[in-house]
Write a protein that binds this ligand. Sequence first.
Ligand code: FEO
Length: 402
Amino acid sequence: MYNIRKITEDLFLVGANDRRLSLFEGVYPVPIGVSYNSYLLLDEKTVLLDTADKAVHHQFMENVIKALNGRNLDYLIINHMEPDHCAEIPSLLKKFPNVKLVCNTKIQTMLKQFFDFEIAEDQIILVKEGDTLNTGRHNLTFVFAPMVHWPEVMVTYDTTDKILFSADAFGTFGAIDGNIYADEVDFDHRYMDEARRYYTNIVGKYGPQVQALLKKASGLDIKMICPLHGFIWRKDLDKYIDKYMKWSTYTPEIQSVLIPYASVYGGTQNAAEILGAKLAELGVKDIKICDTSVTDASYIIADAFKYSHIVFASTTYNNGIFVSMENLLHDIVAHNLQNRKIAIIENGSWAPVSGKLMTDLVSQLKNVEIIGNKVSLKSTLKENQIEELEALAKAIVDTMSL
Ligand code: FEO
């Protein structure tokens, strides 16, 4: 049965949730699901903004057809060609063969890459930055947002109702549980962590490009943001935009310490736990310790964007870094984390090398300062090394603004 949500007099949410997907993009766990948002504008012309993932085919098509209420579909605006939003284009073309596809040249190229169907040249309306499509009462302007999150991405701004259709930007993991507006849920407690995990893992690498979009958006009078995942924003936009400013400039949200550790038999974990205790005794709040073999890397990456200080603690394994820590560090480097203070604890029962190797990896990050002396364990922490951990805790706290 259709499930359509009215946003304004002539704008409807026609997307759907996937609550059974285990790994978004084949890599990110989504334990509270994900929504694929699609928006239908019923003006003098009818306009669909993006489609949906193939996993929600039936719900999506049923919604679109019902919401159109017998009208034809005049335009499909394609803001993003990732298949979680474009997979239903073939179904839509089958149902509405005369629909005009509104897109840019990069999207046109990707249409040919992803699909084999023939599209007549006159069925495509190519737009450039700043072009406007009039649909009757509404004027829709196209703003290019390359690398947020793919190169072809654009966002659409409805100058009539001041609505920004923001593609992946301002989205979050998490299905929509009835409430479609961020101000109708306890966003900070229920969804902010998932929003951060979504942003940092999906577009975290492209901070400067997100900054470019934020700069363009700052010139627009925006009353509502309609992203392709998660909730619609109509209140407290500044609060969420401020988060995006922090994340895209790699600015820590809190002065505190994240301690990801990799431990085979508990020796390294023990040092991480004692360091956490020493930091707490020095007044550090909200310390977070996590086992890289247990906590999925996407959660640790999100926290790495949140915390000002990170202590990486790993045993040596196969003359290298323990595999779950090594993968995490490569992931962090790939996500372009910057502006952090980092400390290192290593372990190795006969030839500890993980400290040097971890230092080499994190040294690739921009504006990273290695603080304190590396603590090097041989199998387990010894009584006379407690002082080393205390010194490390003090060196960390000395660089914090508590
Ligand atoms: Fe939600 Fe980049 O696709």
